[in-house]
Design a protein around this ligand. Sequence first.
Ligand code: ADP
Ligand code: MG
Length: 223
Amino acid sequence: MLKLVNIRRKFVSGKQQKLQVLDGINLEIDSGDLISVVGKSGAGKSTLLNIISMLDNQYEGEYFFDDLNIKKMNEKKRFGFRVSNIGYVFQSSNLINEYTVFENVEMPLGYKNVSKKDRRKLVKKVLDDVGLKDKLKNYPVELSGGEQQRVAIARALITKPRLLVADEPTGNLDSKTGKQIMDLICSVRDSGTSVCIVTHDTDISKRTEKIFQLSDGILNEQE
Ligand code: ADP
Ligand code: MG
Protein backbone atom coordinates (compact mmCIF):
# COMPACT_ATOMS: atom_id res chain seq x y z
CA MET A 1 0.00 0.00 0.00
CA LEU A 2 2.70 2.49 0.94
CA LYS A 3 6.43 2.56 0.60
CA LEU A 4 9.12 4.91 1.90
CA VAL A 5 12.40 4.80 0.02
CA ASN A 6 15.56 6.25 1.53
CA ILE A 7 13.77 9.05 3.38
CA ARG A 8 16.05 11.68 4.88
CA ARG A 9 14.91 14.63 6.97
CA LYS A 10 17.04 17.30 8.55
CA PHE A 11 16.31 20.40 10.55
CA VAL A 12 18.49 23.48 10.39
CA SER A 13 18.54 25.65 13.50
CA GLY A 14 19.14 29.42 13.79
CA LYS A 15 22.91 29.06 13.92
CA GLN A 16 22.82 26.92 10.77
CA GLN A 17 23.38 23.85 12.91
CA LYS A 18 22.20 20.83 10.97
CA LEU A 19 20.33 18.00 12.67
CA GLN A 20 19.91 14.93 10.48
CA VAL A 21 16.94 13.28 12.20
CA LEU A 22 16.08 10.67 9.57
CA ASP A 23 18.99 9.30 7.64
CA GLY A 24 17.74 6.79 5.09
CA ILE A 25 14.44 5.27 6.15
CA ASN A 26 12.97 2.38 4.17
CA LEU A 27 9.57 1.08 5.17
CA GLU A 28 6.64 -0.70 3.58
CA ILE A 29 3.17 -0.88 5.06
CA ASP A 30 0.62 -3.21 3.49
CA SER A 31 -3.15 -3.36 3.86
CA GLY A 32 -4.10 -4.77 7.25
CA ASP A 33 -0.63 -4.42 8.78
CA LEU A 34 -0.36 -3.68 12.49
CA ILE A 35 3.07 -2.22 13.16
CA SER A 36 4.88 -0.07 15.65
CA VAL A 37 7.89 2.19 15.54
CA VAL A 38 9.80 2.38 18.80
CA GLY A 39 12.65 4.61 19.81
CA LYS A 40 13.88 6.93 22.53
CA SER A 41 12.54 10.40 23.04
CA GLY A 42 14.06 12.60 20.35
CA ALA A 43 14.84 9.67 18.04
CA GLY A 44 12.64 11.12 15.29
CA LYS A 45 9.46 9.08 15.70
CA SER A 46 7.09 12.01 15.36
CA THR A 47 9.15 13.38 12.49
CA LEU A 48 8.70 10.06 10.67
CA LEU A 49 4.99 9.89 11.45
CA ASN A 50 4.46 13.40 10.13
CA ILE A 51 5.99 12.29 6.84
CA ILE A 52 3.94 9.08 6.69
CA SER A 53 0.78 11.05 7.41
CA MET A 54 1.63 13.60 4.69
CA LEU A 55 1.74 16.57 7.07
CA ASP A 56 5.42 17.13 6.29
CA ASN A 57 6.69 17.27 2.75
CA GLN A 58 10.21 18.63 3.37
CA TYR A 59 12.11 15.37 3.07
CA GLU A 60 14.53 13.80 0.65
CA GLY A 61 13.75 10.38 -0.79
CA GLU A 62 10.54 9.00 -2.20
CA TYR A 63 7.17 8.22 -0.72
CA PHE A 64 4.74 6.10 -2.72
CA PHE A 65 1.14 5.42 -1.73
CA ASP A 66 -0.64 3.13 -4.21
CA ASP A 67 2.33 3.80 -6.49
CA LEU A 68 1.53 7.51 -6.48
CA ASN A 69 4.49 9.75 -5.74
CA ILE A 70 3.32 11.82 -2.76
CA LYS A 71 6.06 14.42 -2.91
CA LYS A 72 5.18 15.26 -6.49
CA MET A 73 1.52 15.92 -5.72
CA ASN A 74 0.48 19.52 -5.39
CA GLU A 75 -0.66 20.77 -1.98
CA LYS A 76 -4.36 20.57 -2.74
CA LYS A 77 -4.25 17.08 -4.16
CA ARG A 78 -2.12 15.82 -1.29
CA PHE A 79 -4.53 17.30 1.24
CA GLY A 80 -7.47 15.53 -0.38
CA PHE A 81 -5.51 12.32 -0.61
CA ARG A 82 -4.54 12.51 3.05
CA VAL A 83 -8.09 13.22 4.24
CA SER A 84 -9.37 10.25 2.25
CA ASN A 85 -6.71 7.76 3.25
CA ILE A 86 -5.11 8.59 6.58
CA GLY A 87 -6.45 9.06 10.10
CA TYR A 88 -4.15 10.59 12.70
CA VAL A 89 -4.33 10.26 16.49
CA PHE A 90 -2.05 12.40 18.63
CA GLN A 91 -0.79 11.95 22.19
CA SER A 92 -3.11 14.65 23.44
CA SER A 93 -6.49 14.30 21.86
CA ASN A 94 -6.38 17.75 20.18
CA LEU A 95 -10.15 18.12 20.30
CA ILE A 96 -11.82 21.48 19.79
CA ASN A 97 -13.20 22.48 23.19
CA GLU A 98 -15.93 24.71 21.79
CA TYR A 99 -17.35 21.82 19.76
CA THR A 100 -19.45 18.94 21.08
CA VAL A 101 -18.27 15.37 20.72
CA PHE A 102 -20.57 15.01 17.72
CA GLU A 103 -19.18 18.13 16.04
CA ASN A 104 -15.57 17.12 16.69
CA VAL A 105 -16.08 13.73 15.10
CA GLU A 106 -18.06 15.16 12.20
CA MET A 107 -15.36 17.68 11.33
CA PRO A 108 -13.27 15.70 8.80
CA LEU A 109 -16.42 15.05 6.79
CA GLY A 110 -16.51 18.79 6.11
CA TYR A 111 -13.89 18.14 3.47
CA LYS A 112 -15.99 15.45 1.85
CA ASN A 113 -19.24 15.55 0.01
CA VAL A 114 -21.57 13.85 2.47
CA SER A 115 -25.21 14.76 3.08
CA LYS A 116 -26.30 15.94 6.52
CA LYS A 117 -28.35 12.82 7.07
CA ASP A 118 -25.51 10.50 6.13
CA ARG A 119 -23.17 12.47 8.37
CA ARG A 120 -25.40 11.91 11.38
CA LYS A 121 -25.51 8.21 10.64
CA LEU A 122 -21.74 7.93 10.18
CA VAL A 123 -20.93 9.91 13.33
CA LYS A 124 -23.35 7.90 15.44
CA LYS A 125 -21.99 4.62 14.10
CA VAL A 126 -18.36 5.47 14.79
CA LEU A 127 -19.17 6.84 18.26
CA ASP A 128 -21.00 3.62 18.97
CA ASP A 129 -17.91 1.69 17.80
CA VAL A 130 -15.72 3.48 20.34
CA GLY A 131 -18.31 3.10 23.13
CA LEU A 132 -19.39 6.74 23.35
CA LYS A 133 -22.79 6.95 21.77
CA ASP A 134 -24.25 8.49 24.96
CA LYS A 135 -21.78 11.36 24.92
CA LEU A 136 -22.42 12.95 21.57
CA LYS A 137 -23.80 16.16 23.04
CA ASN A 138 -21.07 16.53 25.64
CA TYR A 139 -18.11 18.87 25.36
CA PRO A 140 -14.51 17.56 25.63
CA VAL A 141 -13.97 19.04 29.11
CA GLU A 142 -16.84 16.91 30.38
CA LEU A 143 -15.00 13.71 29.42
CA SER A 144 -12.20 11.72 31.02
CA GLY A 145 -8.81 11.52 29.31
CA GLY A 146 -9.59 8.06 27.97
CA GLU A 147 -12.95 9.20 26.63
CA GLN A 148 -11.34 12.19 24.96
CA GLN A 149 -8.88 9.87 23.26
CA ARG A 150 -11.81 7.70 22.11
CA VAL A 151 -13.36 10.76 20.52
CA ALA A 152 -10.05 11.50 18.80
CA ILE A 153 -9.97 7.93 17.47
CA ALA A 154 -13.57 8.22 16.28
CA ARG A 155 -12.65 11.47 14.51
CA ALA A 156 -9.69 9.75 12.85
CA LEU A 157 -11.90 6.84 11.73
CA ILE A 158 -14.91 8.78 10.46
CA THR A 159 -13.50 9.00 6.93
CA LYS A 160 -12.80 5.23 6.91
CA PRO A 161 -9.07 5.72 6.36
CA ARG A 162 -6.92 2.93 4.98
CA LEU A 163 -4.16 3.81 7.42
CA LEU A 164 -4.50 4.89 11.04
CA VAL A 165 -1.36 6.43 12.52
CA ALA A 166 -1.08 7.08 16.24
CA ASP A 167 1.68 9.07 17.94
CA GLU A 168 2.10 7.92 21.56
CA PRO A 169 -1.69 7.51 21.79
CA THR A 170 -1.66 6.36 25.42
CA GLY A 171 1.09 8.69 26.63
CA ASN A 172 -1.24 10.81 28.76
CA LEU A 173 -3.34 7.97 30.16
CA ASP A 174 -3.08 5.68 33.18
CA SER A 175 -2.12 2.12 32.34
CA LYS A 176 -5.61 0.61 32.57
CA THR A 177 -7.16 3.27 30.34
CA GLY A 178 -4.13 3.02 28.06
CA LYS A 179 -4.76 -0.68 27.63
CA GLN A 180 -8.40 -0.06 26.68
CA ILE A 181 -7.32 2.51 24.10
CA MET A 182 -4.80 0.03 22.71
CA ASP A 183 -7.56 -2.63 22.50
CA LEU A 184 -9.57 -0.16 20.48
CA ILE A 185 -6.69 0.81 18.17
CA CYS A 186 -5.75 -2.83 17.56
CA SER A 187 -9.39 -3.69 16.81
CA VAL A 188 -9.40 -1.13 14.01
CA ARG A 189 -7.07 -3.39 12.11
CA ASP A 190 -9.67 -6.17 12.14
CA SER A 191 -11.75 -4.10 9.75
CA GLY A 192 -8.87 -4.02 7.28
CA THR A 193 -7.38 -0.65 8.19
CA SER A 194 -3.60 -0.68 8.54
CA VAL A 195 -2.31 0.67 11.84
CA CYS A 196 1.04 2.28 12.59
CA ILE A 197 1.72 3.21 16.22
CA VAL A 198 4.68 5.22 17.40
CA THR A 199 5.71 4.70 21.00
CA HIS A 200 8.61 4.55 23.44
CA ASP A 201 6.63 1.98 25.48
CA THR A 202 7.53 -1.67 24.86
CA ASP A 203 4.26 -2.86 26.46
CA ILE A 204 2.50 -1.18 23.58
CA SER A 205 4.83 -2.21 20.79
CA LYS A 206 4.72 -5.88 21.77
CA ARG A 207 1.02 -5.92 20.89
CA THR A 208 1.84 -5.22 17.25
CA GLU A 209 2.92 -7.75 14.63
CA LYS A 210 6.02 -5.98 13.43
CA ILE A 211 8.23 -3.74 15.53
CA PHE A 212 10.67 -1.30 13.95
CA GLN A 213 13.38 0.29 16.05
CA LEU A 214 14.31 3.86 15.13
CA SER A 215 17.79 4.91 16.19
CA ASP A 216 20.49 7.06 14.63
CA GLY A 217 18.03 7.98 11.90
CA ILE A 218 17.65 4.40 10.68
CA LEU A 219 14.83 1.86 11.03
CA ASN A 220 15.53 -1.77 11.82
CA GLU A 221 12.90 -4.46 12.15
CA GLN A 222 13.15 -6.35 15.42
CA GLU A 223 13.23 -10.13 15.26
P1 ADP B 1 10.47 11.74 18.99
O1 ADP B 1 9.07 11.86 18.50
O2 ADP B 1 11.11 10.42 18.68
O3 ADP B 1 10.60 12.07 20.44
P2 ADP B 1 10.91 14.00 17.22
O4 ADP B 1 10.64 13.45 15.88
O5 ADP B 1 9.85 14.84 17.84
O6 ADP B 1 11.36 12.83 18.21
O7 ADP B 1 12.23 14.89 17.16
C1 ADP B 1 13.46 14.39 16.69
C2 ADP B 1 14.52 15.48 16.75
O8 ADP B 1 14.21 16.49 15.79
C3 ADP B 1 14.58 16.20 18.09
O9 ADP B 1 15.94 16.47 18.39
C4 ADP B 1 13.81 17.46 17.87
O10 ADP B 1 14.27 18.48 18.68
C5 ADP B 1 14.09 17.76 16.41
N1 ADP B 1 12.99 18.47 15.76
C6 ADP B 1 11.73 17.99 15.56
N2 ADP B 1 10.96 18.87 14.90
C7 ADP B 1 11.76 19.96 14.68
C8 ADP B 1 11.55 21.22 14.04
N3 ADP B 1 10.39 21.53 13.47
N4 ADP B 1 12.60 22.08 13.98
C9 ADP B 1 13.79 21.75 14.52
N5 ADP B 1 14.05 20.58 15.14
C10 ADP B 1 13.05 19.69 15.22
MG1 MG C 1 7.29 12.28 19.46
